[in-house]
Design a protein around this ligand. Structure first.
Ligand SMILES: Cc1cc2nc3c(=O)[nH]c(=O)nc-3n(C[C@H](O)[C@H](O)[C@H](O)COP(=O)(O)OP(=O)(O)OC[C@H]3O[C@@H](n4cnc5c(N)ncnc54)[C@H](O)[C@@H]3O)c2cc1C
Length: 437
């Protein structure tokens, strides 16, 4: 199956999520010019979470999305809700160095809070998104196990509030029915969801609180003035006191400074037909989300209607593979040979924003123009934290936002022309490392 990433469309990209979305009704188009307190550009989790946090705090907010809410990475990802806010939790030296020793507890707490935001909103706004708790970090070799035990130790020492359990080789098949894994760690504070229903449900919640959410509203330029910013679309504009740029890997070169620090990397997913209950119970008895520990990792989970959603395959060339099923299915069959005869009903992919140090990038390009981007493949929960931090900063409370602003984010080497090929070579190295153990 071939996918196309048309940059301006009134359709959601074809995927399992789009085919089973419970709310595809359009949000309105913006007709004419408006003035608001805050204008958010981009209708993925970063933008929608920012809008919802601001609407909850009583701001007059407008969100403009070039296509449909959830059209970008947020509505087509693996659906894995993973905590942590950009830190490798088994490496305290790295955490100390990135954030400063005095901020470590605050950063680890934000890594828990980002998931709490989703938990709270799904309940508070009754969002129907198949939210399921339970996550399994799978180990394929002893060094993976060492890494996972180190991360678990750090989390426990810093007060992680949810159940975590070490799984040995003898127990692993009670979680994933595959010969691939030697053990791992279960985390009941993380989980998975139908992300398109989640992001659109959050946008509806913001709309009900008074936020103005617009689709088919592509921003072509931004005019930053002393006391206000004008966000221009083809036929209309929004004038705002504050602007939040939440276009991430899809923002393109609208703001060159942001583009130089984020690279769009492709990731791809296939979905099987619904499996029999017997087969589903054999291969995914607990229905937890699962990830392995490689750079080019497999990630998978069972949907509510018992389809295997299996993802992986990172590309850095800026081009999608011509046949996603041919590229991803062999990896799925290595983990679950039992799925040989399962029909593949959907295949899709999208771009995620990768940063050089893999820590989310938050900041301002002008005193009242904020941005958040580059979750490096791990953004469903962290984007909710970014939205909260930006809303706090707009409200004048900048202590937590400033911790993230303080992290250094070097641009990618190679400039606009060569950074993507250079990254592709770097990633090929890590893939070889995965293969050689
Ligand atoms: C295939 C895939 C699998 C993934 N799996 C996982 C996973 O399992 N777990 C996880 O935590 N993370 C995962 N990720 C990463 C995660 O999806 C992202 O980090 C997260 O969704 C980023 O959200 P965002 O709102 O910042 O960006 P996006 O969701 O990409 O949203 C940006 C939006 O901005 C809009 N936009 C851009 N430019 C303009 C403009 N000029 N005018 C108006 N609108 C504009 C775009 O149309 C887009 O809708 C995955 C990503 C992909 C692609």
């Amino acid at each position: 199956m071939r996918i196309r990433d048309s940059i301006h469309t009134d359709q959601l990209p074809p995927s399992y999520y789009a085919a089973t979305c419970n709310d595809t009704a359009d949000f309105p188009r913006l007709e004419g010019n408006i003035k608001v307190d805050v204008c958010v550009v981009g209708g993925g989790f970063t933008g929608v979470a920012t809008a919802l946090h601001l609407a909850e705090a009583g701001y007059d907010v407008a969100l403009v999305e070039q296509n449909k809410i959830g059209w970008g990475a947020s509505g087509r990802n693996g659906g894995q809700i993973i905590g942590g806010y950009g830190q490798s939790m088994s490496d305290m030296a790295k955490i100390n160095k990135s954030f400063g020793k005095k901020n470590v507890q605050a950063v680890l707490d934000m890594g828990v809070e980002c998931v709490d935001i989703i938990r709270d909103w799904v309940e508070k706004y009754a969002i129907d998104c198949d939210l399921t708790w339970g996550y399994f970090d799978a180990a394929m070799k002893p060094s993976d196990m060492d890494y996972l035990l180190g991360a678990m130790d750090t989390m426990q020492k810093h007060g992680y509030p949810h159940e975590q359990r070490v799984i040995g080789q003898d127990e692993v098949k009670s979680i994933v029915g595959s010969d691939k894994y030697i053990g791992g760690v279960v985390n009941m504070g993380w989980g998975h969801a139908h992300v398109l229903n989640l992001v659109r449900g959050e946008a509806r919640a913001a709309e009900k609180l008074g936020a103005r959410i617009y689709e088919d509203a592509r921003v072509s330029s931004i005019d930053i003035q002393d006391d206000q910013t004008i966000v221009n679309m083809d036929t209309c504009r929004v004038t705002a006191n504050h602007v939040v740029l939440a276009g991430n890997a899809y923002l393109g070169h609208l703001v060159p400074k942001l583009a130089s620090r984020v690279i769009p990397a492709g990731s791809y997913i296939i979905a099987t037909e619904p499996l029999s209950e017997e087969l589903a119970d054999k291969i995914m008895p607990k229905r937890y989300a699962v990830c392995d520990q490689r750079w080019a990792l497999d990630y998978f989970r069972m949907s509510a209607d018992r389809r295997m959603l299996f993802g992986g395959l990172a590309t850095y060339s800026g081009r999608h593979p011509s046949d996603i099923v041919a590229a991803v299915r062999p990896n799925m069959l290595k983990v679950f040979p039992e799925l040989e005869s399962a029909e593949i009903t959907h295949a899709w992919g999208g771009y995620m924003g990768i940063g050089l140090n893999r820590i989310p990038q938050l900041g301002r390009i002008a005193p009242k123009v904020y941005y958040a981007q580059a979750y490096s493949g791990h953004g469903v929960a962290p984007s909710h934290m970014s939205g909260r931090l930006i809303a706090e900063a707009i409200g004048g409370k900048t202590d937590r936002f400033d911790i993230m602003v303080g992290v250094k984010h070097p641009p990618f080497p190679g400039g606009r022309m060569f950074r993507q090929p250079i990254l592709a070579v770097g990633m090929a190295y890590y893939r070889l490392k995965d293969a050689w153990g």
